[in-house]
Design a binder for this molecule. Sequence first.
Ligand SMILES: [Zn+2]
Ligand SMILES: [Zn+2]
Length: 276
Amino acid sequence: MLTDYHVHLRPDGEQTPAGRYFTPANAQRYREAASERGIGELGVSEHIYRFAQALDVWKHPSWRVSARDDLDAYCAFVREQTDLRLGIEADYVGDREDRMASLLDAREWDYVVGSVHFLGDQAVDMRDSEWDIWRSSSPEIVWRRYFETLGEAARTGMFDILAHPDLVKVWGSSAPVPDGDLRRFYELALPGIAESDVAIEVSTAGLHKPVGEIYPARAFLELCLEAGRPVALSSDAHVPEDLGRDYEQAIDWLRELGVTELAVFEGRRRRLEPIG
Ligand SMILES: [Zn+2]
Ligand SMILES: [Zn+2]
């Protein structure tokens, strides 16, 4: 079994309206690309901040400009007009946990992908925007806060999958990386991860970012595996051509680490299936 769960039906940005992408024909393009690549378990996880209901959780200015679509129409589209699993990529917003939980609990997902993009109102992955955290904080502080927040996100139990778990490295050498052994940061997230039931996403998307590495780093994944966490494999594709991108590399890497099974989700219940 191969999975791709962290998948977007459209590229990010304002020029990609729901009406053009939430169509049976577009879903079919993803299904066909998945079949070609041997991916049997396919789901979609649109960014929550593109839906108007996200503003009930948080009114960040970057969300206000993106929150256009109706979340329930998205759920109905995926359920009624496609054969895809229904997921969502939900941000962990520290002091908005209860509001996000009510928004998520009101809908019947197959799985919820949880992401840490923001630390306070600044983002780790919005370089050269007014929300760019790298402008104002030292790498040591950003990395520390990122992994503390990731552990908190896991501990809430709101998420089935922890997305791109070391996203903070996304910029590679074009954002400063702290010196020395990075395990001192990973260890900040571990208690929350170990006490949770969350699956750890292995994402090939990082290979195509400035960092040029799979998320998460090997040392971080090893710690998560030691803590008994299962692996969820995804590409974070935003176009059908990117589905399952570089999976050969990810699968070889997982085998080296002794991972033989992947998490599979339905109705927010998880089971493990052999990789293949
Ligand atoms: Zn993300
Ligand atoms: Zn994503």
